[in-house]
Design a protein around this ligand. Structure first.
Ligand SMILES: Cc1ncc(C[n+]2csc(CCOP(=O)(O)OP(=O)(O)O)c2C)c(N)n1
Ligand code: SF4
Ligand SMILES: [Mg+2]
Length: 278
């Protein structure tokens, strides 16, 4: 693991790049008011519901790939869930994986093609329910990949069933009176578990419900790809998102609910960052 320890200068390199664009005050500076479609996104219209965080998360990944100039060298692994068609939206090499197995597929790809940038993109049902085993062991092995974890607290694609991450009291189609811990157990903070594993180099939780959160989310995704380039090991980025359709809310209501309910339980910020060496 020693070669994976980070030098102070590497961290400074990352910070220097993003401090310029990420400062909260710079949300509306003149040079970022005009946006185009990132090269790494195709022109295929996305099927996501209006206001869904998946589209924002896709765009951020695409922007980072564009900015790092790694479109030809990046391979994504799509999940099962609402993001099952992610391979139609990213203009990069993509592989589909069976439900929950994306990190195992990403492991295989990275080991065969170690010079590629490999990421998996997985929902909470995918990563924290059916794929819990693959997730934990991939992280524990310290595979040199990026895992992007989309936590909307629900099984979106299949009609809004309770996920391991559903909040206590949250109404879903399988907990119509609200999640009851006596019968249904507690919400699983899998990112806190992951952060404990020695194979994990970088672990962060972000959100995409406000412009400032979007910018911080982009920085975390950038860090994950950059650490992979530096051969540091596994990066895990949880993105707390909404599901307006299954939460039965408008997009605006869902982002407010996320701020008031999801973020207090899933606090944003870095859970594990590389130690600086003196
Ligand atoms: C082995 C297996 N079990 C169950 C399913 C059915 N299934 C498809 S998507 C899904 C839930 C997806 O939820 P999540 O991963 O949170 O993604 P979201 O749609 O919320 O983005 C389930 C249970 C499946 N396709 N394969
Ligand atoms: S069902 Fe939910 S997670 Fe799926 S696309 Fe619609 S809003 Fe997004
Ligand atoms: Mg989900």
């Amino acid at each position: 693991m020693n070669e994976r320890r980070m030098l102070g200068s590497d961290q400074e390199l990352l910070d220097e790049h993003y401090e310029k664009v990420i400062a909260e005050e710079s949300v509306c500076i003149s040079d970022n008011l005009v946006y185009g479609k990132p090269e790494t996104l195709t022109s295929t219209p996305m099927h996501y519901c209006p206001g869904c965080g998946h589209g924002v998360a896709h765009r951020l990944i695409a922007e980072v790939i564009d900015e790092m100039g790694i479109q030809e060298k990046t391979i994504g692994v799509a999940p099962v869930g609402c993001a099952v068609f992610a391979y139609n939206y990213f203009d990069i090499d993509m592989s589909e994986a069976a439900h929950g197995r994306a990190s195992a597929v990403a492991t295989g790809i990275k080991r065969v093609l170690p010079d590629r940038y490999v990421f998996s993109y997985q929902g909470d049902g995918d990563l924290a329910a059916i794929g819990t085993g693959e997730t934990i062991h991939t992280c524990n092995r310290g595979e040199n990949i990026l895992i992007v974890f989309i936590n909307n607290g629900i099984y979106g694609m299949t009609g809004g069933q309770m996920a391991p991450t559903s909040l206590v009291g949250m109404k879903t189609t399988t907990s119509p009176f609200g999640r009851d811990t006596h019968e249904m157990g507690y919400p699983l903070k899998i990112t806190e578990l992951i952060a404990q594993l020695p194979g994990v180099y970088y672990c962060s939780r972000v959100a995409v419900n406000t412009p400032v959160h979007v910018r911080k989310a982009k920085k975390a995704i950038y860090n994950g790809f950059k650490y992979q380039e530096l051969n540091k090991g596994l990066s895990f980025v949880e993105i707390v998102t909404n599901c307006p359709s299954n939460w039965k809310m408008t997009p605006v209501e869902s982002n407010k609910w996320l701020e008031e309910n999801m973020i207090p339980f899933y606090p944003l910020g870095d859970l594990k960052v590389p130690k600086k060496e003196n």
